[in-house]
Design a protein around this ligand. Structure first.
Ligand code: SF4
Length: 138
């Protein structure tokens, strides 16, 4: 699946859940998106839920801002120093890294938990996932 396909599909899934949660305040909405609750009540939101697997081993993993508002991907990858860049981290997080395969560069976020913490989510909260992710797609 391309980044773009995942992005469009995920936006629809998020919007469907938000419709169901209409009337809740921000805090309760964010609580609903805690991993354990999502596995139980929204099994189709993430492929990892089927095996009860967290994308990051952390206490109180929250799925509200998956993927990440700092992620940037290019619908048309660009060439720099003979490498084809597909995605990067806009804040160059120390916990992220660049994965280089077959002369392609992809952002690897497996070691970074930035978008999964409640403080980050509540300070960047918007009901509309596409608004929160407004700079992700280039
Ligand atoms: S490395 Fe962290 S902050 Fe950067 S895009 Fe990935 S998850 Fe977001």
């Amino acid at each position: 699946m391309t980044y773009n396909d995942w992005f469009d599909q995920h936006a629809k899934k998020h919007a469907t859940i938000m419709k169901k949660l209409e009337g809740l305040d921000e805090y309760d909405i964010v609580q609903y998106f805690i991993f354990e609750n999502m596995v139980k009540n929204e099994p189709d939101f993430c492929d990892l839920y089927a095996t009860n697997t967290k994308c990051h081993e952390m206490y109180e993993l929250n799925c509200y801002m998956c993927g990440c508002s700092h992620f940037r991907f290019n619908t048309t990858p660009y060439i720099q120093e003979e490498l084809e860049y597909h995605s990067v981290c806009s804040i160059n997080s120390k916990r992220g890294k660049r994965s280089i395969t077959d002369a392609q560069v992809h952002q690897d976020c497996t070691g970074c938990t930035v978008p999964h913490g409640e403080d980050f989510i509540l300070s960047n909260f918007n009901h509309d996932w596409l608004t929160m992710m407004g700079k992700v797609k280039n």
